[in-house]
Every structure is written in C-alpha cells, then in structure tokens.
Design a protein around this ligand. Structure first.
Ligand code: F0G
Length: 487
C-alpha cells in the first residue's frame, strides 16, 4: 500500500535550502506526487505545480499532528448539528479529512446535499441484480453539478490567501460553479474561459446570469485550458481548474457521502465519467487516505468512462499500457500519443460536451488512483451515452449526457463480465439533467430534422428509449382520446 505522505520528509526538509523544501515543519503542505521528487511547498503557494519537477501536487497532511476521526461513524454526530453551516455542508462536515482551513475561513454555500439513489430499473438495464446499482446524484448541488464540492474548497483556499480574481477554463460546469460562488459571496471576480460554441446553453446561461467575465475562445476546451494557465500566471489570477489540488480535496467528499449513505460499507465499484480526470484522482486520494488512516478495510475498484470521441485516457491506459509505474509513467508514450493527435489535427468530439477533452490535466494522478484501486478505463459511444441517459431519466433523477457515460460504462463492464452481476456498483451522476436540454429534447423528438441536426451528426442512429410528445388538435374529444390511447 502506498502512503501519500512520508513523515520522514518533514524531518529532512528543515535542513535544506533547496527549492521544494519548507523552512518549518508545518503538518499541512503541498507535496509533489512523484515519489522520486517529493518536493514540498507551503499551502500559500498558488502555482499548483511542483517547483522542482513541474509535476502535479497534492495537499498533504501529517496526520500524526492532526486529529483525524477514529472511525467514519464519528461523523454521524454532525447530523444533529446541522444549524452550523459547516455541518450542513456535505463537504465540510467531513472537515477533519480535509483539514487545510481554519473553520472560520471556510466559504460554503450549502454544497453537497446529495442523494445516493438505489435505482433498480437502471440496475436491470445495466445487468445488475435489484439493490446492486446506486446513482450518486450530484445534480442537487447549488450550481447543478459535482463541481461545487471542489469549488468550496478552492474558494476557501483562495480566501485564505486574499485573492480578488479567480479564473478557469471550462466545458461549462466549472465556470457555472465559479460564477455562482462569486455571485453568492461577492468575494471575487469570476473570469471564465470557454471554447466558442462548445458548452451547452444551460451552463452558458449560468456563467452569464451570475455575472462572470466570460471569455469565449476561438478553440476548444484543450485550447482554453492552455490559455487560462498562461493568463493566470501572467496576471497572478487564482486558478480553480482541477489542477488546483484544493479543488480535489473538496471532491474527496463525494466518496465520503457515498460511504455514509451505504452506512460506511465500501461498494465493489465506483464508476465515473472521465474528462480532465479530477474526480477519479480525488476519489483515489480519498480511499488511499482512508486506508492509511485505518478507516476502511478495503478499497473499491474504480472505473473511468471516456466518451469514444474524447478517449485519451482509454487509449493510453488500455491500449498503450500506460501505468503509474511507481510515479514514473512512461512520458514517451504520452508524448507519442499527443504528437499523433497533433499530426492528425484531431480534436475531441462528443455530445457529452462536459467531457469533450483530449488532454486531461490530471493524467498522472488518475494513473495513481487506478493503480491503487484496481482501476479500468472504458470508452462508450454517443449512442450508448444517450440510451443510458434516457434510462436514468426514466428510472431516476435524470442527468446530463456526460454523467450517463458512467451508467453506459457500467453496462459495458457488466457485459464483458468485468463487473459481476451480484456486485454493488455506484455510478456518479455528475451533473443535472437541465444542464443540456438540447441533447435530451433531440433524443425524444419526433422531428427527424431536430434529431439529425443535434444527434445524427454525432453518429447517433436511433432513440430506442425515446418518450415522444403526442401531437393533438386543440379539441377536447381528441385530447381525451389521445390520453385514453396512450395511458
Ligand atoms: N461530468 C460532468 C458533468 C463534468 O462537467 C465534467 C467535467 C466531468 C464529468 C469530468 O470530470 O474532469 O473530473 O474528469 N467538467 C469540467 C468543466 C471539465 O469544465 O466543467 P473530470
């Protein structure tokens, strides 16, 4: 079992003047994820990259100097004290497991009030036994997606530092989340970079309505992600994309809430859509820490589901054999893959616009997560995604297209026999159904032109689970007749 944190480091780093060493033994710091490098820096640093090797960093804790809970059940005491906003928050009621902020610095807007739904109708579609499939519905967050879990943590960190401007590149949900945190708290100015024409109207509407400075770049998410990092560095603007390790601290709590809803039992599988790979990285860190702290006795397996039109992680992990490799993933494999994408001018393309990403920034952290949780990666087509989405809508709270990739992926893994019929599976529904009504209406539409315009060009051929509106004249008898026939 890998430890994210090696306390011996703290003893060494006092003596060193090298970059990447701290002058004092603070129990909370940023730590390069590469075990070979292991550089550390203070939590006030906002570059979010290792000063020595340029790799990704974790927020790290010396638990021996902190007060983690003795059991996960200890968190149940917080339920009785929900008038305290920190206990009401589905993120901060677990604050002892992300203890980087003083409670009086926490910026919460009531995020994380989510539901784990036992969904037997969807279980039947996936090929699981009744009681075997759970949908973790993150659409109930204030901005309608899981991003608020991470944003409250990044925002808290930004507030600790006294930031006045925060920026992100986004396929729409991060920007909506940043915009709502800025509008509700009035603490910072939101600057969002989006690929022109690349985000759904529901999400664009949120950024505009909440007053974010919305920069539409003539390019896609991968372009916007590169640019926002350059701009943030140049102008000293705080970056809230998931390369920011404080974001991922907040997203760990999605797993704590899943465990809480399962009365602290670890499920067999967690299935999650993969875009920038922040969630899977956060989930892996959550479980590695829980097992280091002796709070769980086993780990779930993790499955990451790419859209087939944005399948970098699937290609690298399942076809090119890229692995964590003790912190040394083969850089030549990744460089070769991206070189080939560039040579072909290949761009990510999927109806699941939230995960229309070819260059996931958290690739190495995601590899680490899969290493420790026996992970797999699959790709699903837009057809698979929309069919699964219709099943989720018919059997649950509904979700946006990217979220349904988790259900489509679970079904595929069931068909392959990787997931067993009697296993307990949790699919993360990352975003609200109303985020992208265009895709939903086109799927259910009786109008072939609408279907073709939105979905046909994506290779979607049929809508097997469509629920078509019934057209009737404005006539009482005809209306009654239609209802009698169809209900
Ligand atoms: N599902 C939804 C609804 C998302 O919005 C995203 C990412 C993902 C899944 C993928 O999660 O990046 O952690 O692997 N959306 C980002 C955004 C990229 O800008 O809103 P990931």
């Amino acid at each position: 079992m890998l430890a994210l944190f090696d306390p011996r480091l703290l003893n060494n780093r006092n003596d060193s003047k090298l970059p990447g060493y701290l002058p004092m033994a603070d129990p909370i710091y940023q730590h390069c994820i590469s075990p070979q490098c292991s550089a550390v820096q203070g939590i006030e640093d906002t570059s979010f990259l290792c000063p020595r090797c340029g790799g990704l960093v974790d927020v790290a804790y010396d638990w021996s100097k902190l007060t983690p809970p003795k059991s996960l059940r200890a968190f149940e005491a917080k339920w009785a004290e929900r008038s305290n906003p920190l206990n009401f928050s589905g993120v901060w009621r677990f604050r002892e497991l992300l203890p980087f902020a003083d409670p009086d610095k926490v910026m919460t807007i009531g995020e994380g009030q989510t539901i784990l739904q036992k969904a037997d109708a969807v279980a039947a579609y996936v090929g699981l036994q009744p009681g075997g499939l759970f949908l973790q519905y993150e659409g109930m967050n204030p901005s309608g997606s899981f991003k608020d879990n991470g944003m409250t943590a990044a925002f808290t960190h930004a507030r600790m530092i006294g930031v006045k401007r925060a920026a992100c590149a986004s396929t729409g949900n991060t920007s909506a989340s940043l915009a709502v945190f800025c509008s509700v708290t009035g603490l910072m100015r939101a600057i969002v970079f989006i690929g022109s024409g690349k985000i759904s109207y529901g999400k664009l509407a949120q950024a505009l309505d909440h007053g974010a400075l919305t920069v539409q770049i003539a390019g896609d998410f991968d372009d916007a992600m590169q640019r926002v990092q350059q701009v943030a560095r140049r102008l000293g603007i705080y970056l809230v994309n998931s390369i920011n390790p404080f974001r991922l601290e907040g997203q760990k709590t999605i797993m704590y809430r899943v465990l809480e809803a399962l009365r602290w039992e670890v499920p067999d599988w967690i299935v999650v859509p993969g875009g920038n790979l922040g969630n899977v990285s956060a989930f892996g860190k959550a479980f590695i820490e829980l097992s280091e702290l002796g709070l769980v006795n086993r780990l779930p397996r993790l499955a990451v589901i790419n859209a087939a039109g944005a399948n970098t992680f699937y290609q690298l992990f399942e076809h090119s054999g890229l692995r964590w490799n003790q912190g040394k993933p083969d850089a030549a494999v990744t460089a070769g893959y991206y070189g080939n994408l560039d040579a072909r001018h290949a761009r990510a393309a999927t109806i699941a616009s939230a995960i229309e990403i070819n260059r996931p920034v958290n690739l190495s952290k995601a590899l680490r997560a899969l290493e420790h949780c026996g992970g797999v990666v699959r790709e699903v087509t837009d057809q698979d995604i929309l069919d699964a989405k219709a099943k989720v809508g018919a059997g649950g709270f509904g979700c946006e297209p990217a979220s349904a990739a988790s259900v489509a992926g679970a079904r595929k893994l069931r068909q392959e026999g990787v997931i067993e019929p009697g296993e307990r599976v949790v699919c993360i529904l990352t975003g609200h159904q109303l985020k992208d009504p265009t895709a939903t209406v086109a799927y259910h539409s009786a109008d072939q032109k609408t279907f073709d315009e939105v979905l046909g060009k994506r290779g979607v051929r049929r809508a097997a689970f469509a629920n078509r509106a019934v057209q009737v004249p404005n006539d009482l008898d005809e209306i009654i007749k239609a209802i009698e026939v169809y209900s």
